[in-house]
Design a binder for this molecule. Structure first.
Ligand SMILES: *Cc1c(COP(=O)(O)O)cnc(C)c1O
Length: 443
C-alpha cells in the first residue's frame, strides 16, 4: 500500500497548490485527504482533522452529507450537464425560483457561473453594461472598501484591497476607488461600532460626490469582510450604503460569497440591515460545499435594461459550465436542508454555544477584539515580536494539525467558520482544541 509520505511527494512534484509558497512545504505539512465524514476529514494514515473552517468556507452540512449525496446520485443518472444557452433544465429552474422567493422576489433573476470570482466579474460587467444600455456611458468606475476581498481574477482583483493578493499584479488592473472601512476594530477611544460605520459612510459619500455621474457600483462584503481577517461592521453601514447608492444613482453589489447561506445568522447577510442590493453574488456554501457553483441575483430593473431585440444589448457573458445540473441539484438539496431542519434558528443556538465555550477569552490579555457574527467567531492574538507575529498563522496551522484540528488563522486573526452540523459536544471539543493550540503557539 502506498504510504502517506509517498502521496505527499507526488503532490509536491506535480500539483501546484493555491495561495501557497510551495517552498514552505519543506517545513509545513501537506495533508493528503482520503475521505470525509461530517465535520471530520481523514488523511491517508487514518488520522482525523476537525474541519473548523468548512474546507475554505464552503461546507455547510458536513462532508459526505447523506441528503446531498443522495440528490447527486439521483441527478447523475438523469443529466450531468447541458449547455444553458438555448436549453434549460429542472435543477436550474427550481434553484432560481427558490432563490428569488428567498428575497421576496426583490432579486428575481439569477445568472450562473462556476466560482466566486466569476460571479464578481459578472456583477461588475452587468452593472457597467446596464448603465451603458440606459445611455449612461460615463458610469465606468467602481468603489470598494478598504480590506475588501472579491476574488483573484483580473476584474475581481481590481476591487480587492488585500495587498498580498494585489501587489504583484497592480499594473495589470484598472484600479477602483478604495473607501474607509467600517471595521469595528478601528474604533478610537470612546467610539462605538456605529460611530465607525457612520464615519466610514461619510468617506464613501465624499467619493460619490467627487465622482458624481462616473461611478457604476459600490461593492461590499456585507457584515463581515472575511479574507482580510474577519473584520465585522455594524449593519447601519449597509443601510447608509443603500441610501447613498439610491441618492447618487449607483448600483450596490453585495458579495455574499462567504457570508451568504446562513453564515452570519440570516440566510442573506443583507437581511440583517433590511436592505436588498442591486446585485447579490453567491458561491461557496450554495452547493453545500460540493461542486463549483456561483451566481448573481439581480432586479427586474437591471434585467429590463438588457431586454431587447438587439444581441449587443444583451448580457454578453458565458461559461461552459453555466448552471451545471449537478451543482444546481446539490444547491437544491442544500436549500431543502435549510427548510426542513430550520437551520437558521438552530444556528442561533449554536452561535451562542460557541460564544459561551470561548467566554474565558474575554479577560485574556493575549487576545483582543473577540468578535462573532452568526457562525463566524474570531479573535486577534497579541504578538509583539515581529518575527513571531509573521509566522503566527503557519505555526498555529501546524500545531492545530497535531491536535486533530484544521484551522488557518489570517495573520494573527484566529477564526472559526465551522459546518453548521456541529453538536454541543463537538463545540466544546472544538473550543478545547483551539485553546490548547493557542496556548502552545503563544508559549
Ligand atoms: C472566496 C470569495 C470570493 C472568490 O470566490 P472563488 O470561488 O474563490 O473565486 C469572492 N468574494 C468573497 C467575499 C469570497 O470570500
Amino acid at each position: 500500500m502506498e504510504t502517506q509520505n509517498n502521496w505527499v511527494a507526488r503532490s509536491l512534484q506535480h500539483v501546484w497548490h493555491p495561495c501557497t509558497q510551495m517552498q514552505h512545504h519543506e517545513t509545513v505539512p501537506l495533508i493528503p485527504v482520503s475521505h470525509g465524514r461530517g465535520i471530520w476529514l481523514y488523511d491517508m494514515d487514518g488520522k482525523r482533522y476537525l474541519d473548523a473552517i468548512s474546507s475554505w468556507w464552503v461546507n455547510l452540512f458536513g462532508h459526505a452529507n447523506p441528503r446531498i449525496n443522495a440528490a447527486l446520485k439521483d441527478q447523475l443518472d438523469k443529466l450531468e450537464h447541458a449547455m444553458l444557452a438555448g436549453f434549460t433544465h429542472a435543477p436550474v429552474i427550481e434553484l432560481s425560483e427558490k432563490l428569488s422567493a428567498l428575497t421576496g422576489n426583490a432579486l428575481g433573476h439569477s445568472f450562473y457561473a462556476s466560482d466566486g470570482a466569476s460571479a464578481v466579474e459578472i456583477a461588475l460587467k452587468m452593472s457597467f453594461h446596464a448603465w451603458r444600455n440606459g445611455g449612461q456611458t460615463e458610469k465606468q468606475e467602481f468603489i470598494c472598501i478598504q480590506g475588501s476581498y472579491h476574488g483573484e481574477t483580473v476584474g475581481a482583483l481590481a476591487v480587492t484591497d488585500v495587498s498580498l493578493f494585489r501587489e504583484a499584479y497592480g499594473p495589470m488592473l484598472q484600479r477602483a476607488h478604495v473607501v474607509a472601512s467600517p471595521d469595528a476594530r478601528l474604533a478610537q477611544d470612546g467610539e462605538t461600532a456605529t460611530d465607525v460605520a457612520l464615519r466610514a459612510a461619510a468617506d464613501l459619500e465624499r467619493v460619490l460626490q467627487q465622482r458624481q455621474g462616473k461611478v457604476a457600483a459600490v461593492i461590499i462584503e456585507p457584515l463581515v469582510q472575511c479574507a482580510t481577517g474577519m473584520a465585522m461592521h455594524d449593519p447601519i453601514y449597509l443601510r447608509r450604503l443603500r441610501e447613498l447608492c439610491d441618492q447618487y444613482q449607483v448600483h450596490l453589489i453585495a458579495d455574499e460569497i462567504a457570508v451568504g447561506c446562513g453564515r452570519t445568522g440570516s440566510f442573506f447577510a443583507c437581511e440583517s440591515a433590511q436592505i436588498w442590493p442591486d446585485f447579490l453574488c453567491l458561491s461557496k456554501g450554495i452547493s453545500g460545499g460540493y461542486l463549483p457553483l456561483s451566481l448573481v441575483m439581480t432586479t427586474d430593473a437591471v434585467y429590463q435594461a438588457f431586454y431587447d431585440a438587439d444581441v449587443r444589448r444583451g448580457f454578453l457573458h458565458s461559461h461552459s459550465y453555466t448552471g451545471n445540473p449537478l451543482a444546481c441539484r446539490a444547491a437544491l438539496a442544500t436549500l431543502a436542508i435549510f427548510e426542513d431542519e430550520n437551520v437558521i434558528a438552530a444556528n442561533r443556538q449554536k452561535s451562542q454555544m460557541i460564544a459561551s465555550a470561548f467566554a474565558g477569552l474575554k479577560d485574556d490579555a493575549r487576545v483582543k477584539h473577540v468578535r462573532q457574527q452568526g457562525m463566524i467567531f474570531a479573535f486577534d492574538a497579541v504578538v509583539d515580536d515581529a518575527e513571531r507575529a509573521s509566522t503566527f498563522s503557519r505555526r498555529f496551522f501546524s500545531a492545530a494539525l497535531q491536535q486533530e484540528l484544521l484551522m488557518r488563522p489570517i495573520g494573527r486573526s484566529v477564526y472559526l467558520m465551522p459546518p453548521y452540523i456541529l453538536s454541543e459536544e463537538e463545540i466544546a471539543l472544538l473550543a478545547q482544541k483551539t485553546m490548547n493550540v493557542f496556548e502552545e503557539v503563544m508559549a
